[in-house]
Design a protein around this ligand. Structure first.
Ligand SMILES: [Zn+2]
Length: 156
């Protein structure tokens, strides 16, 4: 049994779609990044990689690689989970905290949870999603960015 942690932050800007945990969220601004900038799926990928001792998302999916431009980040999670499975690991549960001053995440937490459970092939009971604001301080509190932390437990 092993544990991994993932963390990510992306900047909010106009003219981008906002995608959190594979869920398209209606909002005037979205996250900026090389891929679709899904901050939740990036933190989840890093937690899975970390649990297995496979390094980090930057090693696995360099943001200088044109193959990943505007890429659906679900690809990163699916491929990483397949690598874990090949090494004999399966995901036991994940716990997710999304840090966003806006939009309000309360109404969409359940959708993100269901999306992550579907992506990982887990029961929703094994995927927890929590939402925090930035308490109006710092980049997240000023709604300039959204952050995410994920802890994942894996077992053989
Ligand atoms: Zn990222």
């Amino acid at each position: 049994m092993r544990v991994g942690i993932g963390h990510d932050t992306h900047r909010l800007a106009e003219g981008r779609p906002l995608i959190l945990g594979g869920v398209r969220v209606e909002h005037p601004r979205g996250l900026v990044g090389h891929s679709d900038a899904d901050v939740v799926l990036h933190a989840l990928t890093d937690a899975l990689l970390g649990a297995a001792g496979f390094g980090d998302i930057g090693d696995a999916y360099p943001d200088t690689d044109p193959a990943y431009r505007d890429c659906d980040s679900a690809k990163f999670v699916r491929e990483t989970q397949a690598r874990l499975n090949q090494a004999g690991w399966h995901v036991v549960n994940v716990d997710v905290i999304v840090f966003a001053q806006e939009p309000k995440l309360g109404p969409i937490k359940a959708a993100i949870r269901a999306s992550l459970a579907g992506l990982l092939g887990l029961n929703v009971a094994d995927v927890n999603v929590k939402a925090k604001t930035g308490e109006k301080v710092g980049a997240i509190g000023r709604a300039e960015a959204i952050g995410c932390q994920v802890v994942a437990l894996i077992d053989r």
